[in-house]
Design a protein around this ligand. Structure first.
Ligand SMILES: [Zn+2]
Length: 501
């Protein structure tokens, strides 16, 4: 997932296909719009599930990504290594049509120095601060100035206080950021942009969960462009201290960091296929993002998801299975900067999106799976019933229609085009303690739980690949109804208004 918000946090309708309705269940049209499996296909699923549980490779793949390649910031040298790793493994497994698909990002970003920060007045004290993602470097010698606390993160509030913001280091706390996010990330980014335009010297986002882990809201724009102001993330305790002191008088701080920034860089998604036997060009897509944040090694965000994608390919090949529809495996970049890789993928593949029978994305870590997010599509829930006994045996027979995470990962670009889209549903209690933090490392990954999740993805995606039935693609109007049903339409409007999708 790309943003943490507890503090946190895209019409290819086929004439030949019958549009479904969000409220419709598959009953009454079971033979055309659900998963229908022959006895031999069911036996194949059992073979695949056994392969993945008893000899699955997700754990080893995640170890290689997290421990041997390390943090994989979009477009960084490590990210390129990870794309080479995936290409080499897909080749070794014997997949087809293995290639990279490039798209441009305005800037890549990596910390070059450790950030330093201190309070100067009313007394001297070290502060726990890290650079925000895609922040420019501070000027030589750092940024130094009086702190101005901004309690509300809206463009109008910023403009009304512009004379006091000018020349200050603006402090915004987690509560103000959460409140702004509830109106959509676009409105948050507009307000942050206005702070820079008002002439602030620097910006401090008080979003760290603790001083021990100043965490990352991520980025301050949708498209991977650099922010307009040196911006640091400050630990929780330090943020509260600054607010208490500001209530009594002036507070002066300074911070300094250098970030390595390269402009207009090509970033690659990695694509590989197991060709379908039916020759129609229809496919299912098994995807997840390969990029990560840098404080940890991205073992769970999203090493487990990327490892799952390759592990499903490995297990299908090792089982000797031949699906009817093509199984396409895609590792996306740029997810953490606004699901850029999957948005570009959907744009680049618009002409053949109509052939996509389902998208299956993993991005919530390695806790034991509960099932799938279906984002309000009753026909998706109904289709899963065909394989529910198998998913139940993995503990993953559930369906969630919680729309909170609709635009948080790479299924969203497909979902808004009406493609049947699923995200693996796992608990996130432990995940949100570590993601985007130094503690997102391989030691937290449980092999059995990861195998359960990978097997859930493998069995479900293979069932959709081998089914004689298929789910419809929704019309644009039906997508809007779907998004409204899961309370995600406001966020979609925000994204459209900012030309993100
Ligand atoms: Zn993620």
């Amino acid at each position: 997932m790309r943003k943490s918000t507890s503090i946190l946090f895209l019409i290819a309708l086929l004439a030949a296909r019958v549009p479904g309705s969000v409220a419709q269940t598959a009953s009454g049209s079971a033979s055309s719009s659900s998963v229908v499996l022959s006895p031999s296909a069911q036996a194949d699923l059992i073979r695949l599930g056994g392969q993945m549980m008893l000899a699955g490779k997700a754990y080893e793949y995640d170890r290689e990504l997290a421990d041997e390649i390390g943090p994989r910031l979009t477009g960084s040298a490590n990210y390129v290594k990870a794309t080479d790793w995936a290409v080499a493994e897909f080749k070794r497994l014997g997949l087809s049509n293995i290639h990279k698909e490039g798209w441009k990002i305005p800037a890549t970003w990596e910390p070059e120095t450790l950030a330093t920060a201190r309070m100067i007045a009313p007394h001297e004290q070290r502060l726990h601060l890290e650079s925000e993602g895609w922040s420019p470097s501070t000027p030589e010698g750092g940024v130094r100035g009086n702190v101005y606390y901004l309690s509300e993160l809206k463009v109008a509030s910023v403009q009304a206080q512009a004379s006091r913001i000018q020349g200050s280091i603006v402090l915004v706390d987690g509560e103000a950021i959460d409140s702004a996010i509830s109106d959509g990330f676009g409105k948050l980014f507009d307000a942050l942009d206005a702070i820079g335009k008002a002439g602030a010297k620097g910006l401090i986002l008080g979003i760290g969960t603790t001083n021990n882990a100043p965490s990352f809201v991520g980025v301050t724009a949708f498209d991977g462009s650099l922010f307009n102001l040196p911006t640091g993330n400050l630990g929780r305790e330090d943020t509260l201290l600054l607010k208490r002191l500001l209530a009594r008088g002036a507070v002066e701080v300074e911070f300094s960091f250098t970030n390595r920034i390269r402009r207009n860089v090509t970033v690659n998604n990695v694509v590989a296929e197991i060709p379908g036997t039916d020759g129609t060009g229809d496919y299912v897509l098994i995807g997840g993002h390969l990029d990560s944040w840098h404080p940890g090694t991205g073992a769970q965000d999203n090493g487990t998801g990327a490892a799952t994608v390759v592990a499903v390919a490995q297990a299908v090949m090792a089982s000797g299975l031949k699906p009817k529809r093509t199984m396409r495996f895609v590792l996306f970049g740029g997810e953490e900067e606004g699901t850029i890789g999957s948005i570009r993928y959907v744009q680049q593949h618009a002409a053949e999106l109509s052939h996509c029978a389902g998208v299956f994305v993993t991005d919530t870590g390695a806790e034991a799976p509960k099932g799938w997010y279906a984002f309000g599509r009753a026909d998706e829930s109904a289709a899963l019933k065909t394989i529910q006994p198998m998913l139940d045996s993995l503990g993953a027979g559930g369906v969630s229609n919680n729309g909170e995470f609709t635009f948080e990962t790479d299924e969203s670009a497909f979902l808004v085009k009406g493609v049947p889209a699923f995200v693996l549903w796992t608990p996130v209690d432990k995940y949100f303690l570590i993601h985007h933090k130094p503690s997102d490392t391989f030691d937290k990954v449980n092999q059995r739980d990861l195998n359960l999740g990978a097997a859930t993805v493998g069995v479900t995606a293979y069932a959709f690949a081998d089914s004689t039935g298929e789910l419809p693609h929704l019309t644009a109007a039906q997508v809007i109804d779907q998004l409204k049903s899961v309370n995600a339409y406001t966020e979609y409007q925000d994204l459209l208004a900012h030309k993100v999708m």
